[in-house]
Design a binder for this molecule. Structure first.
Ligand SMILES: CC(C)(COP(=O)([O-])OP(=O)([O-])OC[C@H]1O[C@@H](n2cnc3c(N)ncnc32)[C@H](O)[C@@H]1OP(=O)([O-])[O-])[C@@H](O)C(=O)NCCC(=O)NCCSC(=O)C[C@@](C)(O)CC(=O)[O-]
Ligand SMILES: NC(=O)C1=CN([C@@H]2O[C@H](COP(=O)(O)OP(=O)(O)OC[C@H]3O[C@@H](n4cnc5c(N)ncnc54)[C@H](OP(=O)(O)O)[C@@H]3O)[C@@H](O)[C@H]2O)C=CC1
Length: 410
């Protein structure tokens, strides 16, 4: 093994690249050498980035490349939130990682109102991760035969996918046609994993089988964007991706008054004019909500989810009704992509964050932990939506952020 200083000098002289340091030093020494080299090249110090609890030997070839350290983000908790789900039952503290002052306080007040009103009822309606390769044909002539071929070979295709994972299970294949192109949208149950690696590996194997047995089908790309990963699309909103979750709560008149300092009619009116009319006028197809993205992102960062999937995981709908003087509120998230095993969930702080909610790792039966987690996320989203609508009704948004969320106080 070379010494760190020698490796740093080699890199500065341009004799090796950053990632080649992994071949010359033990994992954690390599992380330090990369940071030191970068500091010398740029003439700056990066001691905070270098100070991390992450053991690079644990994440090398698993979670990130060219690692020089880590960034830290403040982590707060909200709750307890009372959740009446099929998997999550009881009172939960939820970790939120954010740098937006007032956000945690906001969701916390919402969770207080929800819990005092008896809690959130929540259901996971569908649980399917998708991958959709695109196939090109010379002519449309072959397409009906191709669709028939897929239909007749579903069992064979299932056997192929079963051979690549003990948790991924193919549920359905939905074809879409445009001219001489066909997309096959494969939907899988993926246990407690979010499932993108699992599903991609399985579908690549299926594509090999298809090309061997139906040679006029040319699989151009294993992801043809009808999946749709990390993109907000109608196909995700209509058919779902990951978990499709719906949650509801009835907020009592007294709680609306004492905790949220508002009334049901005003909150409902703001929901209709802001989240429905305003969104329609602004031209969004799937974001009829106030700030799902705030809550989903903060939980995703805290718990090691794939943060780019906030794009579709934060799409959804907030619905309200006035019942007497109480407020009925529901949130629907068609494509909430979460896992409690795999990906970034294994990092030390993310693992602890999942354990705050009692959802780290494999569930018994498999899949139950991820569904429990999805129910908690949706309940937290509902708390955040309720509170922001109330805060807007009270005209306290600017005031709250001036008090809790400004770097430069005047
Ligand atoms: C900030 C509050 C909650 C104060 O609200 P308040 O009623 O003055 O607070 P309070 O001191 O009376 O306390 C009431 C409860 O609020 C919570 N609470 C209160 N303070 C804290 C705190 N420091 N830390 C943690 N929790 C806090 C806590 O639950 C507390 O109960 P307690 O625990 O005392 O029994 C309120 O003014 C508020 O919610 N404002 C709105 C802020 C907000 O919602 N921001 C969201 C982000 S905005 C954004 O990013 C998206 C947006 C808006 O642009 C999207 C769009 O266009 O719609
Ligand atoms: N490849 C791609 O195209 C993309 C990948 N990603 C990345 O994919 C990663 C997530 O992929 P994902 O497939 O979720 O995770 P992993 O690739 O980490 O796979 C999960 C692993 O956990 C095992 N496992 C053990 N217990 C369980 C259980 N109870 N439920 C489910 N699996 C279990 C699975 O075994 P087994 O399979 O044998 O059952 C599998 O090996 C993230 O890092 C994300 O950023 C994101 C987008 C696209």
């Amino acid at each position: 093994m070379m010494k760190i200083d020698e490796v740093v000098e080699k890199l500065i002289r341009g004799e090796i690249s950053f990632h080649e340091i992994d071949n010359l030093l033990e994992a954690n020494a390599a992380m330090v050498a990369r940071r030191l080299a970068l500091e010398k090249i740029l003439g700056i110090g990066l001691p905070s980035i270098g100070s991390t609890v992450i053991d690079y030997s644990e994440i090398k070839n698993k979670n990130a490349e060219n690692v020089i350290g880590a960034v830290q983000i403040p982590l707060g908790i909200v709750g307890p939130i009372r959740v009446n789900g099929d998997y999550a039952k009881g009172d939960f503290y939820v970790p939120l990682a954010t740098t937006e002052g007032a956000l945690i306080a906001s969701v916390n007040r919402g969770s207080k109102a929800v819990t005092l009103s008896g809690g959130v009822r929540v259901k996971v309606l569908k649980d399917e991760m998708t991958r959709a390769p695109v196939f090109r044909f010379d002519s449309i002539e072959e397409i009906p035969n191709f669709l028939k071929f897929i239909e007749e070979n579903v069992e064979k295709i299932k056997n192929i996918t079963n051979s690549t994972s003990s948790h991924g299970r193919l549920k359905s294949i939905t074809p879409f046609v445009l001219g001489n192109n066909v997309w096959l949208r494969f939907s899988f149950e993926t246990g407690d994993a979010m499932g993108m690696n699992m599903v991609t590996i399985a579908v690549e194997k299926v594509c090999e089988f298809i090309e061997e047995n139906f040679p006029s089908a040319d699989c151009l790309a294993v992801s043809g964007n009808m999946c749709s990963d990390k993109k907000q699309t109608n196909v995700n909103s209509l058919f779902g991706r990951g978990k499709t979750v719906v949650a509801e709560a009835l907020i009592k008149k007294d709680v609306i008054k004492s905790v949220l300092r508002s009334n049901a009619q005003l909150i409902h009116d703001i929901n209709l004019r802001k989240n429905w009319l305003g969104t329609a006028r602004a031209g969004s197809l799937s974001q009829f909500n106030a700030h799902f993205a705030n809550i989903v992102t903060a939980i995703f960062i805290a718990t090691g989810q794939d943060v780019a999937q906030v794009v579709e995981s934060s799409s959804g709908y907030t619905w309200t009704e006035v019942r007497g003087e109480d407020l009925y509120i529901s949130v629907t998230l068609p494509s909430l992509e979460v896992g409690t095993i795999g990906g970034g969930t294994r990092l030390p702080t993310q693992k602890e964050a999942l354990s705050i909610m009692g959802v780290y790792g494999s569930g018994n039966p498999p899949g139950s932990n991820a569904k429990k987690f999805a129910e908690i996320v949706a309940s937290t989203v509902l708390s955040g939506e309720l509170n922001l609508l109330a805060a807007l009704a009270n005209r306290e948004l600017g005031k709250a952020h001036a008090r809790l969320g400004r770097a430069m106080k005047v």
